[in-house]
Design a protein around this ligand. Sequence first.
Ligand code: AMP
Length: 190
Amino acid sequence: MNLILFGPPAAGKGTQAKRLVDGRNMVQLSTGDMLRAAIASGSELGQRVSGIMQRGELVSDEIVVELIEQRLPEAEAAGGAIFDGFPRTLPQAEALDVMLKGRGSQIDLVLRLKVDDEALKSRIAGRFAESGRPDDNPESFLVRLNAYNVQTAPLLPYYQGQGKLTEVDGMGTMDTVAAGIDAALNGVGR
Ligand code: AMP
């Protein structure tokens, strides 16, 4: 099974993706984690993307599509992928569909964590101090939220049109959101 965890920054995608892979035959594919690893390693790619990420802007489609493509065989071998933070633009979503199709596979389900903007802003405010992420600051967070609303939210009708979109209330505690996700997965027989 291939699943997309969809939602704005700080909606809890990473936390829920990590929980979901435990005990399932799936791997988490987080482009944000891959890019942060590239920065930490000091690679040429890391140097190219660090300023963009720090400002909260999106890196180019080509970069993230290539990162994901490299990891698809591993995900396939494990039994499926939980895409976390990818795709974030329509060209990325289309490229993902093409890559999976070429491998005889597809996206099975898109789980949208619904969280309102004001709740996100107060949630992230508490995280700025302890996160250690250079893009967890008020200015970059607003840029990230805007990128989500302008570039990523238009993917919702794309996946709705494919009949793959399921919405989960992302406003509760980690455990209640997890329960909502499990209920949604059970509802589609996963
Ligand atoms: P995340 O950890 O998913 O919040 O991603 C952190 C940052 O990495 C984002 O603000 C972007 O700068 C970059 N990034 C991660 N995934 C993508 C993506 N799919 N497309 C473009 N930029 C991305």
